[in-house]
Design a protein around this ligand. Structure first.
Ligand code: USQ
Length: 401
């Protein structure tokens, strides 16, 4: 299949591009390389030494004999070039990961909120509008997030995108409908993924676009069988307070002998998935595109298991003797929540997820230890704060400075 991977230089995008290529697909990476510039802005580097994209692609060809092309393009800001590219290449599937993906980064200040909304909403909308303009029936597979559901405890196993509701009409007869599950985003980043859902619903209904939205949990792990083939193919590994996700941050902290920064009580329950399963799920979604029809977006929960943050920390304490520090939570989120998630669709397609207990020490920790010398400890603390109580408490001190 001809596949365009939008955002194919990023943490999930790069291993997705290689995995699809290795499975016989003809892959073009479309990426503005902005993630590398964001590192410069934040004064941080991936824990792993990530090579420039041309070198990565040359190494892929050298090692496998497979060609992956790159088109440098900013989806959110170059809609005409995007439409021209789609018209020329006519991909059969478009994997869309070209969005600003960090919640803390999106909450740093008003400029970062605007940047995240401008980038994410325009990228998605420009893609959908271009597909209609070009008249291209490409299956769109979007990497969304579990965070659109929010983290309120609900006494249900979270359904896959839709809530079945029934309510009485004027005569008292029952109306049955599937509606998008009500969103409750916890950051501007998660808000943009909620807005994406409405864009998808509109274009599926109005223009018959075929769309799969993957509601993915927090990714852990760094490498996949493809990125392990050569050191030049290594994937990025973020540990900083903006882009580092919780378990990868804890692993780096453990490797450096730093205390694990558990936010608040650590009672937050979240959904997790290993990176190897991420790439497999995206391929399963792409390859099952014939089952997706216009009119209704296929939404699948891309999750292996749910775990509580403090249990993750306790596991690392048990296995590695890591010290646990409960720090004031910089985020506005429920201190404790329950979370159970339905994942029937990807399991029916063949997903047999890797669980944390099985694999934790093998790869991620080894990566964290091997590159521990590259860590800048000053970049480990989370600095973006959107917890109203903490901001109010900090305000007098800041004003006095
Ligand atoms: N947390 C800590 N200590 C830390 C970092 C995080 O206790 O040092 C806590 C947070 O307060 C939060 C939980 O761990 O309760 C998860 O935080 P995270 O940074 O690992 O994940 P999140 O901000 O939700 O975002 C990440 C990805 C995002 C993806 C999302 C999936 O950056 O792209 O969409 O995971 S989900 O969380 O399911 O929405």
């Amino acid at each position: 299949m001809r596949i365009a991977v939008l955002g194919g230089d990023g943490f999930c995008g790069w291993p997705v591009a290689l995995h699809l290529s290795r499975h016989g697909h003809d892959v073009t990476v479309v990426d503005s390389l902005v993630r590398r510039r964001t590192d410069d802005e934040l004064g941080v580097e991936s824990l792993t030494p990530v090579r420039p994209l041309p070198e990565r692609l040359a190494a892929w060809w050298e090692v496998t004999g497979l060609v992956v092309r790159h088109v440098r393009l900013d989806l959110a800001r170059e809609p005409e070039r995007l439409a021209a590219l789609l018209a020329a290449e006519r991909p059969e599937a478009v994997v869309h990961l070209a969005e600003q993906r960090a919640a803390p980064y999106s909450m740093r200040d008003a400029a970062h909120k605007r940047y995240t909304v401008d980038t994410n909403v325009n990228a998605t909308h420009n893609l959908l509008a271009a597909l209609v303009e070009v008249g291209l029936d490409a299956h769109v597979v979007h990497l969304g997030t579990m965070g659109v559901y929010g983290y309120e405890t609900a006494a249900v196993d979270l359904p896959e995108g839709y809530l079945h509701v029934s309510y009485p009409d004027r005569t008292g007869a029952s109306i049955e409908r599937d509606v998008l599950y009500p969103t409750r985003p916890g950051s501007v980043y998660h808000l943009t993924k909620s807005l994406d859902q409405l864009l998808f619903q509109f274009y599926a209904q109005n223009d018959g676009l075929r769309i799969t939205d993957l509601h993915q949990g927090i990714v852990w792990g760094t490498q996949t069988p493809e990125t392990r083939l050569d050191p030049r193919l290594v994937n990025r590994f973020d540990y900083d307070g903006d882009y580092g996700t919780v378990l990868n941050r804890f692993l780096v902290q453990a490797a450096l002998g730093l205390p694990l920064t558990v936010h608040g009580t650590g009672g937050q329950t979240r959904a997790f998935i290993n990176l190897e399963d991420t790439v497999r799920c995206v391929r399963l979604a792409v390859e099952s595109g014939d089952a997706v029809v216009g009119g209704r977006v296929r939404i699948m929960n891309q999750v292996a298991e749910t775990l509580r943050v403090r249990d993750l920390a306790a596991m690392l304490h048990r296995l590695l003797g890591a010290e646990v520090a409960h720090v004031p939570n910089p985020r506005a989120e429920a201190a404790e929540n329950e979370l159970e998630v339905r994942t029937d669709q990807l399991r029916d397609l063949g997903l047999e997820p890797i669980l944390l207990e099985e694999r934790l020490l093998e790869e991620s920790l080894e990566t964290a230890r091997r590159y521990a010398g590259r860590v800048d400890p000053a970049r480990v603390p989370a600095t973006a704060c959107w917890n109203a109580e903490r901001r109010a408490a900090a305000a007098p001190a800041e004003a006095g400075r």
